[in-house]
Design a protein around this ligand. Sequence first.
Ligand code: S3P
Length: 432
Amino acid sequence: MLTFSQKEESSIKGTISVPGDKSISHRAIMLAALANGESKIKNFLTGEDCLSTLQAFEDMGVSIKRDGQSVSVTGEGLNGLKEAKVPLDLGNSGTTTRLLLGILAGTPNHYCIYGDQSLTKRPMDRVTLPLREMGAKIDGREDGNLLPISVRGGSLKPISYTLPINSAQVKSSVLLAGLFAEGVTKVIEPVPTRDHTERMLKAFQVDVTRAGNEISLKGNQTLIATDIEVPGDISSAAFFLCAAAMKKGSHITVKDVGLNPTRTGVVDVLKRMGANLSVSTNRYIGDEPIGDITVDGGNLKGMTISGDDIPRLIDELPIIALVASQAKGKTVIQDARELRLKETDRIQAVVDTLSKMGVSISGTEDGMIIEGRQGPLNGGTFNSYHDHRIGMMVAIASLLTDESVTLTDEECISISYPSFFEDFGSLTGSHV
Ligand code: S3P
């Protein structure tokens, strides 16, 4: 339990670098484990989700050495994974589970995977259905929809799969299974989703091509080990970028953050809301752009966020909803039904939390409607719903009230941002 005390100075100021990107850290371990030879990963995110990925591959016999944020992975190629001696514990991590299922589908061993209470409720049929179509034998509760799940993989045939939901996890799972299939696997994505898998496959010298919205790769290619530097996670940076944008007098810079255009929806939305924000792309690490973002606090206005924008900011919607409470006018978030299926039902969690803080907000089937300019928020005791992004939203909301805010079960924040409270303290000058 943590209490955020009242601050004398309520603007936030300073320069930080946030920890490594969660999506990229998962993929770095996975692809390095499937490659031939040693890959060195720098700035790996040591959040619990990525440690679940690391542990799962160690359990499958991959040699992994970690020293802080530096990880060395020695893979033995596509056929190098061993049958694990234990069921694989994937903790809270949906990304690990869905991407790993794609890999296990192609591996001729038997595996059993399970996770924590939240993961055990999350739908897996979005990946088990196409993976079964490719030939994997998958069992689990609700006909392979819910963990624990057991997989017997091997001898996959390629498919051409049009994503029924806009999910990078599903796209990646099918593409990873496609690495093991005889022939060309195709994924068609009607709306672009984060493309770290495709970019990183290229870094491992896999020939993966995109024509319009269709991504293709031929199976049985050799992944060549490579070194990877993970950029800062824009989804973590978003909490402080949003805090600065809505607090007058604030000025912050987040350095060395990933600027992949499939992830920068929050930057575009803050700009459209009127934030004073500048982005400089400084370099590329592999195929991923990286740079600095500076934001000054000011007046914001509400807007509608929907359609193709949603996958580019899906994880940022809780903190964007908080920003909307401080903007002038109404903000409408639509087409974000997927939020109900994250670590918790994030529409319900945001609506309940912000309502208790005094914001006029209502949930819809696929989004939220937030009335802006509600005045100072109410303090009180809030919980994170065991969801890291809800916990961080509550911490940032404490900057918008003179009353004290207490957050229970804050430990889950270490899922994606283990040093969140240090950065919070350095930018706000407060001690929590
Ligand atoms: C992720 C994709 C997104 C995102 C998740 C990480 C990934 O999920 O919400 O936190 O690394 O591919 P969906 O692709 O299911 O929307």
